[in-house]
Design a protein around this ligand. Structure first.
Ligand SMILES: [Zn+2]
Length: 315
């Protein structure tokens, strides 16, 4: 038997299969690249590419681009089922799941900084929820499961996404129509209960959206705590507490008054402007003091130099 110094493509590939079984994905990717570089007849390259792109997801499961890359490489491999570790995958089905994961990540990452953006995010999340239902259904999310993320079926992910979609719609309406926002939070709450979650956050928001108060300062009515009116710390003296209407404008402990958004923002903007003025004055004073100290240091240094020089002459 001849001693073999260099492994051929099949041997590197076998190494990769073993390494994947041991979940040593970084090393497995190296072995797959070596197998590909030795693949003279081109029989292994597409398979190596597909496997490498897939196991590359082991620490990139929140990277939409990594899923797209895996989907492309998996689609390009048409040589039958792929065996990886203890699992056997249909590459085309796995590619579909990768694309769906990528779409979902992108939808979840969408901003909600204005009503239109929130609505668009809600629409995209709803589409993803529908796709999880039709593409994965009662099947498992195989990618998450393969990398040790636990077992979830497509239907459960679909319901979680419906909850998120309704939360995004609620955000879209919170600005204009807190009652409608509360309705969407109620839908989201129902979805969360279906998958065994508490929905506590939804209930909290329903309560806030439904809350109403009369502004202590201007007397306007406002719906939606934290959006259209705010609680502001205040000293409500016993005499003021006797007023019958006071609880419409203050909390039960008489620690906060309620203030509408317009009054609240005008007070906080004015306070910001005042503190910015004092900050600028303080900064200016500090700069002046620093310049004075620098000048003093420089004159002291000059004095030290001259004393040394004199000492040297007399010494
Ligand atoms: Zn007001």
């Amino acid at each position: 038997m001849a001693f073999k110094l260099f492994k051929n493509d099949d041997e590197h590939f076998e190494d990769a299969v073993d390494l994947i079984k041991r979940k040593e994905y970084e090393k497995a990717m190296g072995a797959l690249r070596k197998a590909k570089s030795k693949d003279k007849d081109g029989s292994l390259s597409a398979k190596c590419d597909a496997m490498e792109a897939f196991i590359n997801l082991y620490n990139k499961q929140d990277d939409p681009g990594a899923y797209i890359n895996a989907a492309n490489k998996l689609k390009a491999y048409t040589g039958g089922p792929l065996e990886m570790g203890l699992s056997t995958f249909d590459p085309q089905k796995l590619a579909e799941e990768c694309l769906l994961m990528s779409r979902t990540l992108n939808a979840r990452n969408m901003p909600t900084d204005n009503p239109d953006a929130s609505r668009a995010k809600g629409d995209r999340l709803t589409e993803c929820a529908r796709d999880f239902q039709t593409i994965i259904g009662n099947g498992n999310l195989t990618i998450r499961e393969f990398f040790g993320g636990g077992v979830t079926v497509g239907m459960k992910e679909s319901i979680a996404l419906m909850a998120e979609a309704n939360e995004a719609y609620a955000e879209a309406y919170a600005w204009d129509d807190p009652k409608k926002a509360a309705e969407y939070q109620q839908f989201a709450y129902n979805y969360r209960k279906q998958i065994g979650e508490s929905g506590e956050k939804n209930l909290e928001l329903i309560k806030k959206y439904a809350a109403s108060a009369t502004c202590w300062i201007c007397g306007r009515d406002a719906n939606g705590e934290g959006i259209h009116f705010y609680a502001m710390s205040s000293d409500i003296s016993p005499c003021l507490r006797k007023d019958d209407g006071v609880l419409r404008s203050a909390d039960e402990k008489f620690e906060n008054i309620y203030v509408c958004r317009a009054c609240y923002s005008s007070i906080s903007r004015r306070a910001d402007a005042i503190s910015k003025y004092y900050y600028d004055v303080a900064q200016d004073d500090m700069r002046k003091m620093e310049a004075r100290l620098q000048a003093e240091i420089a004159s002291l240094q000059a004095e030290i130099t001259s004393l040394r020089f004199q000492g040297f002459n007399h010494g």
